[in-house]
Design a protein around this ligand. Structure first.
Ligand code: NAX
Length: 329
């Protein structure tokens, strides 16, 4: 066994936690020769439920699972971790506006950003808890202030990417693996812009393969933007298995070199690329070198239509940043 990876999962007793933990522990993400330790964080009232989840993990008898820590203390959970999956947050309650949710959950990510910086020297962080981009910005601002490089913090838009790829594959009648270069721009919200114009199907521009341009500009975008709500409508609960799956896909994409000519999507610190306001946590097309480095893909062509969509999602993120300005480090 060459190495052990320590992964913290917050909100570990929640739905996504339940879907992600067995898959992490199985070794499918980091490899069958890598041992894994799980550091699970929950709020105090959920620790009992978490104990039940740990019993189940024990009962899976995963050969690669080294040990499990459960705690309600962020610093203990983040001690020496390589990856932090920040999933835990409060759900939107009845009658709550998006702004209320941001104010409600923002402080969680202040404390966790600070705890990460105290407890983990060499960490990568994926923020899943909603509003993921803005929570990611908060966590990053505090982590960075205390020494963690900004590029270690990502917000999850991989589920949106996967949803978009699946929709294009179904429309084109091809396997989902034939759809590449799927950029999600902006916020993980209903303003996100899933970019079919730069997507490829079997190596060809997706609009040429699908042909139905009106569908790509209207229905396709709406389906992807509203997919989370559609799942809630049908299931009575928000996406969990697909969200867990997307988080694992994200880890694999960051840890391995991106195939030549392709990219994946993640919310990252905006550095001025494509004219996006610097200092937002904005989803861009990304390439990883597989050695821990990554870059925003430059030079993609954006039509006027695309630019207008990207502006709308940028405006929403600016607004969210205003709501939590006092929480930034
Ligand atoms: P659940 O409500 O099932 O679980 C959340 C868990 O977080 C609970 O067990 C709760 O006790 C815990 N928690 C709350 N505050 C905490 C804190 N301060 N520290 C540690 N744990 C805390 O939600 P679930 O369905 O698992 O979803 C988790 C989050 O992911 C939600 O914010 C949800 O909106 C978000 N999502 C984000 C997605 C994305 O693509 N970025 C997609 C799926 C999902 O909707």
């Amino acid at each position: 066994m060459a190495r052990t990876v320590k992964v913290a999962v917050t909100g570990a007793a929640g739905q996504i936690g339940y879907a992600i933990l067995p898959r992490l522990a199985s070794g499918e993400v980091f490899g069958r020769d890598v041992r894994i330790s799980l550091h699970l964080l929950e709020i105090t009232p959920a620790l009992k439920a978490l104990e039940g989840v740990v019993m189940e993990l024990d009962d899976c008898a995963f050969p690669l699972l080294d040990y499990i820590v459960i705690t309600d203390q962020a610093e203990e959970a983040f001690d020496g971790i390589n990856w932090g999956l920040l999933i835990g947050s409060k759900p939107r309650g009845p009658g709550m506006e998006r702004g209320d949710l941001i104010r409600e959950n923002g402080p969680i990510f202040v404390g966790q950003g600070q705890a990460l910086a105290r407890a983990a020297a060499d960490v990568r962080v994926l923020v899943v808890g909603n509003p993921a981009n803005t929570n990611g910005l908060i966590a990053m601002s505090h982590g960075h202030k205390a020494g963690i490089p900004r590029d270690r913090f990502h917000a999850m838009t991989r589920l949106d990417q996967n949803r978009a790829q699946a929709q294009l594959a179904q429309k084109a009648g091809v396997q989902v693996s034939a759809v590449t270069n799927m950029a999600i721009w902006g916020n993980h919200s209903a303003t996100q812009y899933p970019d079919a114009e730069n997507a490829r199907i079997e190596g060809r521009p997706a609009p040429d393969v699908i042909g139905h341009h009106a569908w790509l500009r209207e229905e396709f975008i709406q389906i992807v933007q509203q997919r989370g709500a559609a799942v809630i409508d049908a299931r009575g609960l928000s996406s969990a298995a697909s969200a867990a799956n997307a988080a694992l896909d994200h880890i694999v994409s960051v840890e391995s070199a991106t195939p030549e000519g392709d990219f994946f999507s993640a919310g990252v610190y905006a550095d001025g690329s494509y004219g996006i306001d610097e200092g937002l946590m904005f989803s861009f097309p990304i390439r990883s070198d597989g050695q821990g480095g990554w870059e925003i893909v430059q030079g993609l062509e954006l039509s006027d239509f695309a630019r207008a969509k990207i502006k709308a999602t940028e405006d929403e993120l600016k607004e969210e940043r205003t709501v939590i300005a006092d929480l930034l480090g």
